[in-house]
Design a protein around this ligand. Structure first.
Ligand code: MCA
Ligand code: AMP
Length: 500
């Protein structure tokens, strides 16, 4: 048995699947490249049988071919982020325990040492795709795991959320129905490919539907506007920070450019925002510039998308809409009981889109679900006139910056490992560009001279770039309550009142 994803791709064999820096590729070529990658990974065996394969490949055609190749071989694909320093990559390698790591030649040295000491095969994308290999491939079923995505929780380092083929398929089928995907769609992809937003909502949704996915390896606002101006795109999806950047670029452009860009954007059939709250002024300005009222939706790594404004019908500013097809959503109180209508509660989600477990963390997995199988998102919302409005998160230690979820406690642990840091507190401060800006208040050890710049360099060498605090404040002591616990709201005020 093969998966519907590949069956469907066969039906679209001659259509273009991907346009990327490496060129233009039909579904037929994607299937062939995936088979070759799979045969190399299997190396004479018949099934990877759920072995993990980490891959460090920039966004593009090669990424898609490797991801599909791991799947075709019966493996679990673990994407690693090209923007991450060695310490973050090593955490993923240690936690996922892969039998192989696949790297683009440009990034091989990032994991070469780590792979050597961890006894895994290190494989080069050029060999896997460039040197054609054939072999028997395993039968695949929906309940088999297919992907592990790393996501920050309140405690410790990021955890690996294990998704099955069935989860991804249910997510994509739901979005296909809700957002009206067709083989004639052409979507632009510049979001990082280690998150659900880029991987499922854009890349896999396009490939499931026989549509065309156009991949840009990085986000450059003018380049995106030029692609919109071409009138070739039908769909566009991004995070609020990206829309804010696009608005800034438009405001700075010459009037002729502005009108060409705005006219081109109107040719899209749908534009979507998600991964963080879309500020109403951003929605309004975007609508004034492009004529598009952004469709805002809500999701999470562990559950895919859960709530969405409608494709047809009123898209309410400040609301994330209603449950998507096939997704059960409810609001619950602290005892996991559904709240009366109009009362705020925690969003809980159930259904075939919801992940199975955090890799190797049975206690954390159990704690994430209610006894009757609802996933606890930790987000608080209220339903008003039928639509959900997100009110916030139950933990102050989970932040969202530029669409990236991060743990304040993880950053604090890293900063505390600096010999000159006696204590610290990390908070998210409201920010017009990033949604929340990561800020760190630091108490230095007596006689230490460590500067903000030193701390930034230290953090940058150990943490993903988006986790590095944008602002450090050296303080004599941290604000604490009478019990001696650091009061995060008071720490946040230190930054809000800091006018340097
Ligand atoms: C980059 N920097 C950031 C971020 N990204 N700082 C805070 N938050 C960020 N998200 C750092 C850079 O390393 C750099 O540091 C400085 O900020 C300025 O970088 P810049 O070049 O301006 O940034 P960029 O490379 O253009 O990236 C900004 C971005 C990107 C395009 C908004 O962060 C992005 O693509 N975000 C989307 C992430 C995403 O896909 N999230 C979905 C996950 P320095 O100057 O020191 O070098 S959520 C999800 O999947 C769920 C299911 C959902 O609901 O969708
Ligand atoms: P992640 O763990 O990176 O998948 O991020 C999921 C989190 O992003 C959710 O738990 C929410 O806190 C947040 N999120 C996603 N979409 C929205 C949205 N439209 N509005 C507000 N928050 C959102």
């Amino acid at each position: 048995m093969t998966l519907p994803l590949f069956e469907r791709a066969r039906r679209h064999a001659d259509r273009t699947a991907i346009v990327a820096p490496e060129g233009q590729f039909a579904y037929r070529e994607l299937l062939a490249a995936a088979e070759s990658v799979a045969a190399h990974l299997l190396d004479g065996r018949t099934d990877l049988a759920g072995e993990r394969v980490c891959f460090l490949v920039p966004s593009g055609w090669t990424y898609a071919a490797v991801q599909w190749g791991i799947w075709r071989a019966g493996g679990v694909a673990v994407p690693m982020a090209v923007s991450h320093p060695a310490a973050e990559l090593e955490h993923v390698l240690d936690d996922a325990g892969p039998t192989a790591a696949v790297t683009h030649p440009e990034f091989a040295d990032r994991v070469a040492n780590a792979a050597g000491t961890r006894r895994m095969r290190l494989m080069d994308t050029q060999d896997l795709i460039g040197v054609r290999r054939d072999g028997a491939l395993p039968a695949l079923t929906p309940e088999r795991p297919c992907m592990i995505l790393y996501t920050s929780g309140t405690t410790g380092r990021p955890k690996g959320a294990v998704l099955s083929h069935g989860n991804v398929q249910a997510q994509v089928e739901s979005l296909t129905q809700a957002w009206g995907w067709t083989p004639h769609d052409r979507v632009l992809l510049h979001l990082p490919l280690h998150h659900v937003h880029g991987i499922v909502n854009i890349l896999t949704s396009a490939l499931w539907n026989g549509a065309l996915c156009e991949i840009l390896p990085t986000f450059r606002p003018v380049e995106v506007w030029e692609r919109l101006a071409s009138r070739e795109l039908t769909l566009y999806m991004a995070v609020p920070t990206v829309y804010a950047r696009l608005i800034d670029a438009w405001e700075e452009a010459a009037p002729e450019k502005q009108s060409a860009w705005s006219r081109g954007a109107r040719a899209c059939r749908l534009m979507i925002s998600g991964s963080a709250a879309l500020p109403v002024p951003t929605l309004e300005r975007w609508e004034a510039i492009t004529g598009h009222r952004l469709l805002e939706r809500y999701g999470m790594t562990e559950i895919g998308m859960a709530l969405s404004n409608p494709l047809a019908g009123e898209r309410r500013a400040g609301y994330v809409g209603e449950p998507l097809p096939g997704v059960q959503v409810r609001l619950a109180d602290e005892a996991d009981q559904p709240v009366p209508s109009g009362t705020p509660g925690q969003i809980q989600v159930r259904g075939p889109t919801v992940f199975g477990s955090y890799l190797g963390r049975p206690e954390e997995t159990a704690a994430a679900f209610t006894p009757d199988g609802w996933f606890r998102t930790g987000d608080v919302a209220v339903i008003e006139r039928g639509a959900y409005r997100i009110l916030g998160r139950s933990s102050v230690d989970i932040l969202k910056t530029g669409g990236e979820k991060i743990s304040a406690l993880e950053i604090e642990d890293v900063l505390r490992s600096h010999e000159a840091v006696a204590d610290c507190a990390v908070v998210g401060v409201a920010d017009p560009e990033w949604g929340e800006r990561v800020c760190a208040a630091v108490v230095r050890r007596p006689a230490s001279e460590v500067s903000e710049a030193d701390l930034r360099i230290f953090a940058k060498s150990r943490l993903a770039p988006y986790k590095v605090p944008k602002q450090f404040l050296l303080v004599a002591e941290l604000p604490r309550n009478p019990m001696g616990k650091v009061t995060k709201p008071a720490v946040r005020e230190l930054f809000e009142s800091d006018t340097r």
